[in-house]
Design a protein around this ligand. Sequence first.
Ligand SMILES: Cc1cc2nc3c(=O)[nH]c(=O)nc-3n(C[C@H](O)[C@H](O)[C@H](O)COP(=O)(O)OP(=O)(O)OC[C@H]3O[C@@H](n4cnc5c(N)ncnc54)[C@H](O)[C@@H]3O)c2cc1C
Length: 415
Amino acid sequence: MKSIWNVNVKEYPSLKEDKYFDILIIGGGITGISICYYLKECKYKIGLIEQNKLFSSTTLNSSAKLTYLQKDILSKISKNRNIDIALEYLNSQIDAINNIKNIIKKEKIDCDLDKNDSFLFTLNKKNKNKISEEYKLYKKFNINAVKIIKLPDNMKVSSGFKVPDTYVFHPLKYCNSLLKLVDKNISIYENTRFIKYIKYSNYYKVITNNNNYIKCKYLIFANSYPNFLFPYLFPIKTYIEKDNVICEKSKNLYFNAINIDDNLLSIRYYKNYIIKVVNSNKLNVKSVNDNINKNYIYKFNNYDIITYDYMPFIGKIDRNIYIASGYNTWGMTNSNIAAKTISDLILFNDSIYKKLFDPYRKIKIINFLNLCSNMFQSLFSFLSSHLCKRDYATIKYINGKKYGIYIDKNKKRLK
Ligand SMILES: Cc1cc2nc3c(=O)[nH]c(=O)nc-3n(C[C@H](O)[C@H](O)[C@H](O)COP(=O)(O)OP(=O)(O)OC[C@H]3O[C@@H](n4cnc5c(N)ncnc54)[C@H](O)[C@@H]3O)c2cc1C
């Protein structure tokens, strides 16, 4: 299982002594490194800890589209919140694309940025109305959406449309370039895992797996799924989605596409490859059988956090604690918004997105019921995989190191 995005990333030592930083960032993915970028010239002393290697988690396994066309997210946000919030969300994603383009231009970053149209489609007649609803919202919001009957690779669709001014890029080349820009200003430690924090009157004390501690004034959780923050937010308002990413040789076509059908199909191209994301399912079922039998050139799984109103949680959750999570599989854009928002909140005590992505926003009763149903399914799946004879895979930390564990039907364990 190898990602297509591997590049040589500088290695950093693990933490071997106690430290003080004004700002401590937990997590070295695209969110963590983007926060470092926005804070790199401030007066604060900044540290970042990563439990594994930098950019080795979700960011490494992304399909890396920079697009505001995110399935039927505008219709979903309109229904869950309201139409004004859907427009604000759309604008935030367009801002993120522009911010990233500006960074790439300003810093002369070579990350294979390609402009192409984004297509939304369905192969199922039953979903035509959903496509039409989403299309109307883009039109209402003055986006030049155009109806289509087939994709540029000639695949016929039941219904669909395309929007302009979206991009694809190489996420590791982008992150690695940001890393080089912040390297001198930020202290980075790999193989250093956040275990817990203790709150004091004017600082936090973070305990790491190496039994060292870090004192800090500000603490930022950029680690994708800060489940230890329970009972603050997680996993109360979220679930995890697992997708499979597969790559095949192909000629390069300059478009990206995603459907809204039960069988997910997301497509983008990179050089001589087509990258597809398929078989999306909630992480309730731990089976390792992904029903993908073909020998693809690259094949990997990826996980992301889905929230119950389809909007990320970005912002302050305690006196000086911030989180960035719940990107609903659209973290290439949302990580930029998170980094900008959190750095603005720390430096200027304000951000234009403070209210929109407030982690303490209320959830509706209907979402709460969905949440209960998901928790029930998770519990059922957990019990059935542990009590019945079934194979399953999981990730475990043994002596501070991350291992993939496969347990077969006879409970034989393979590391
Ligand atoms: C299949 C798939 C395709 C996707 N495609 C797209 C796309 O086309 N466009 C798009 O916008 N988004 C896409 N996404 C989403 C996007 O890739 C992610 O949202 C984004 O990479 C998340 O970045 P991150 O930095 O927040 O998290 P991560 O990359 O997961 O980084 C978090 C880091 O925190 C570290 N960490 C965790 N816990 C600790 C701890 N206790 N102590 C220290 N470190 C810790 C982890 O090791 C990890 O390195 C996709 C997601 C999936 C699942």
